[in-house]
Design a protein around this ligand. Structure first.
Ligand code: ZN
Length: 275
């Protein structure tokens, strides 16, 4: 049975990749539906409980493997919305700690401006549909598909105090001047207790360090953050709340919701008095 599960995961990964890059192909979508039903049946036979994705609010028999470089991480991608573990952690947190994440009621006084760097597919599709959000998905790369504007985070083209919320997940690690980027984020965020910037980064147990790589005559930065990212954010003018969103979940809940217990979210606000 273990072998069958491994094989099915492999097949489902192929279908996921095909679906992602040929989204208009109805035949592939049907194949994926049949595959999901088959997996659901097999999981039920084995007594495996269904998983729940907080990003799209749907159930799934399994989270799919995620191929990255030479490794494959199991139990990661939601087959419905392609969310990964960190996206579901952020979705859970925003759903339980804000009043805008799952709201769809709009009035002229309640529409919030949301700035989102390198929008993940799972959130992009959700935010585009929400009537209570004036959504600004942006990216530095003009070829990036999910964007409203081309924006350099080190020199943001928008006016001061423009945004109610900002999401910036796994972006600062590859920005050459992250200190400048943080001060720009503080500039465009509204200065009140309700507005916030949400940052997620891969952390390690040490001080932040940067490496410069060269590929095809193009230089790029990769920064590995330690918890001293909090000092950098404070220096940029933010009040920082360190959130450990998954620490209170049981082991069973971690598996069911497809989460990584060691996740961090940095909730950053700027008070009127600070600026
Ligand atoms: Zn999902």
């Amino acid at each position: 049975m273990k072998k069958i599960k491994q094989l099915l995961k492999k097949i489902s990964m192929i279908d996921y990749m095909e679906k992602r890059y040929n989204a208009q192909n109805d035949l592939l979508n049907k194949r994926l539906s049949i595959l999901e039903a088959m997996l659901s049946e097999l999981c039920a036979l084995q007594g495996i409980e269904k998983k729940y994705c907080a990003a799209c609010d749907k159930e799934t028999p399994i989270f799919l493997p995620y191929p990255y470089a030479s490794k494959v991480t199991l139990d990661t991608l939601c087959p419905h919305c392609t969310s990964g573990k960190r996206h579901r952690a952020l979705a859970f947190y925003l759903e339980n700690n804000t009043n805008w994440f799952n709201s769809n009621e709009a009035s002229s006084s309640s529409v919030a401006k949301l700035l989102h760097f390198a929008a993940e597919e799972a959130f992009y599709n959700k935010f585009l549909r929400m009537k209570n959000i004036d959504y600004y998905p942006v990216d530095f790369n003009p070829d990036f598909p999910r964007k409203r504007d081309v924006v350099d985070i080190q020199n943001i083209k928008y006016s001061d105090d423009m945004f109610d919320f900002i999401i910036c997940s796994h972006v600062l690690c590859s920005v050459p001047d992250d200190i400048k980027a943080m001060s720009e984020l503080a500039r465009v965020l509204k200065k009140d207790d309700l507005s916030a910037l949400y940052i997620m980064e891969r952390l390690y147990d040490g001080e932040t360090f940067s490496e410069i790589f060269r590929q095809n005559n193009f230089y790029y930065t990769y920064r590995t953050y330690g918890l001293d990212i909090v000092d950098r954010l404070k220096d940029a003018g933010f009040d920082v709340e360190i959130v450990r969103p998954n620490m209170s979940f049981t082991e069973q809940e971690i598996l069911c919701y497809g989460l990584n217990r060691e996740e961090y979210i940095f909730k950053c606000t700027v008070s009127k008095l600070t600026m």
